[in-house]
Design a protein around this ligand. Sequence first.
Ligand SMILES: [Fe+2]
Ligand SMILES: [Fe+2]
Length: 215
Amino acid sequence: MLRTASSAGKQIIRLSRRCSTATSSPNANANTDSKPKPPLRPRPTPLTDEIIRVDHAGELGADRIYAGQMAILGNGPMGKTIEHMWEQEKEHRKQFEHLIQHHRVRPTVMAPIWNVAAFALGAGTALMGEKAAMACTVAVETVIVEHYNDQLRQIMESPNPDKELLETITKFRDEEQEHHDTGIDCGAEQAPFYNALTEVIKFGCKTAIAISKKI
Ligand SMILES: [Fe+2]
Ligand SMILES: [Fe+2]
C-alpha cells in the first residue's frame, strides 16, 4: 500500500515536471514545421452542424435496425428485400460519415447507445415475425421522411443553402420513402398490434432525433 502511494507520488512529480518543462520552455510554442498549413475550413453554420449530427446518428441507427432484421430474417423469404434496403442504408451512413468529417461536426454522444438500441429494435421486431419487422420499417421511415422534409425546408429557407446537403437529403428522403412503401407492400399493416407498435416506435425515433440534435 505504502509502495503504491509512493509510486503514485513519484508519478505525479514526474508528470508535473514534464508539464512545467513544457510550459516554461521559451521554444514551447515555436512552429518548427516550415511547410505551409492548409487553410482551416470555415465552421459549419449551427443549422448545418445540427443537421449533420442528427442525420449521421439517424443513418447509423437505420443501418443497425436493418442489421438486426437481417440477423433474424436474412435467410428467410424477406431476406433479399431487407438486404436491398440495408445496402441503401449503408450508403446513407457512409455519406454522413464523410460529411461529419468534412465539416468537422461532433457526432452525438449517444451514438454507442443508438447503435445497440437500434439493433435491438430491428432484431426484436423481426423476432415477432416478418410483418412486425415491416411495421418497424414503416414506423421508422415515416418519421425519417418527415424529418428529412423538415430539414429540406430549413435548408432552402436559410441564407446560403448548402447545395450538396440539399441533394444528399433529397436523394435519401426518396429512398426512405421507398423503404416505407416496401414495408406497406410486404404486409406491415397486418402485423399484430400494428397501431400500438408503430406509435411506440415513432415516439422512440422522434425522441432520439430530438436528443441527437443537441448532444
Ligand atoms: Fe437512410
Ligand atoms: Fe431507410
